[in-house]
Design a protein around this ligand. Structure first.
Ligand code: EPU
Length: 339
């Protein structure tokens, strides 16, 4: 029998540091434990929790919460310049990046210091500084929580988009991802330093010529640490909103009043505009509302300064969405999952 605990505080299990309780809570270390648990017919619904770094709890969680602790990192195959690595979904993402960089394996160094687990990475196709998980993704294995069947999802099956995948849409909440296979490089790494801050930081680090993956990882860690609050100090979930994609016409309209408004043209003809800029323009940056607020160095990050409730954070998010909509006509969408 797999033991199921009742009435567990989730405060240690979410980086916002919010108070909520799980009616039933069970830690899963292996696929066998997961199969055993499913045979025990635990209280429904079942929900999977990784590092709790992209979740806003606005109420207690009913059913059974499955805390993913499936570990493991191994090299599956090696070719001349390539390796396939298999990663347990309960591994910490940043520890995994460090492991890869230490082994000289390239491809995920730009994704250094992203909080959360390996299993959460494909769900929202994590991305930073010009790289997304989909760029190195090969396949994942998952267990269907309805039927207990295992299934392989190849890259094309995952329908990856900007902070999006099939696990956020059609299959939302249906699968427990157990492991991922990524394709990394052994030498001749493709280096991504085009994202402004990276080349500037490498220059400040006095790196000349082609940077190593160690140096890129170090630069990314420096940039993230300087802009984003450490969840161990201030509760937060990184970017709270997605960067919206708007029409060229709307972007031109915004540019008329704000000639320096940042925007990045997309292949689909739309323009991606930084939500942080829109929120800052509406006067929210660095503003504290009770124990919550928008972070002073990156307006896109909402925080819990201690003692805030999930409802207060959600209320602030609602007000921000409303003011951006009124001022710019742009609908903001939350990136974090609201439970
Ligand atoms: N900006 C402002 N004010 C702000 C913040 C940003 O004006 O308070 C403007 C500036 O023009 C800045 C631009 O927005 O140049 C872009 O800012 P930044 O480089 O910080 O990136 P972002 O678009 O705000 C995205 C990701 C981050 C990721 C960075 C770097 C989303 C929702 N967020 O932020 O991801 O680290 O790019 O690649 O796409 C996360 O998902 O939790 C996360 C932190």
């Amino acid at each position: 029998m797999i033991s199921i605990n009742t009435h567990i505080s989730l405060r240690p299990f979410n980086t916002f540091g919010l108070d909520a309780n799980a009616a039933h809570f069970c830690t899963i270390h292996t696929i066998q434990e997961l199969s055993q648990l499913l045979r025990q017919a635990p209280p429904q619904p079942l929900r999977v929790l990784g590092g709790g770094s992209n979740i806003l709890f606005v109420q207690d969680v009913d059913g059974t919460l499955l805390k993913n602790e499936i570990k493991g990192k191994e090299i599956l195959h090696t070719w001349a310049n390539k390796v396939h690595v298999r990663l347990g979904s309960g591994e910490n993402w940043h520890e995994t990046v460090r492991w890869a960089v230490e082994q000289g394996l390239g491809g995920i160094e730009n994704l250094s210091l992203i909080p959360g687990t390996v299993g959460a990475a494909p769900v929202q196709n994590i991305g930073a500084y010009g790289v997304e998980l989909k760029d190195v993704f090969v396949r994942l294995h998952a267990v269907d929580l309805l039927t207990g069947q295992s299934k392989t999802f190849w890259k094309k099956d995952c329908l990856f988009g900007y902070r999006d995948s099939i696990f956020k849409s059609v299959h939302k909440g249906r699968y427990f991802i157990t492991d991922l296979v990524l394709s990394l490089t052994r030498q001749h790494h493709s280096i991504h330093v085009q994202y402004g801050d990276i080349s500037k930081t490498l220059e400040a680090m006095q790196v000349t010529g082609k940077p190593t993956i160690h140096q890129i990882s170090k630069a990314v860690i420096a940039i993230r640490s300087s802009k984003l609050p450490d969840p161990k100090v201030i509760g937060n979930c990184g970017s709270f909103f997605k960067n919206p994609e708007i029409t060229t016409a709307l972007f031109e309209n915004i540019r008329q009043n704000h000639p320096t408004a940042p925007g990045y043209p997309l292949p689909n003809g739309q323009v991606k505009i930084p939500a942080g800029w829109l929120i800052e323009q509406c006067g929210w940056k660095g503003k504290r509302v009770g124990n919550t607020g928008s972070y002073e160095k990156q307006a896109l990050v909402l925080f819990n300064h201690g003692g805030a409730t999930g409802t207060e954070v959600a209320q602030l998010a609602k007000e921000i969405i409303q003011s951006v909509k009124t001022r710019f006509g742009v609908p903001l969408e939350a990136e974090v999952n609201i439970w």
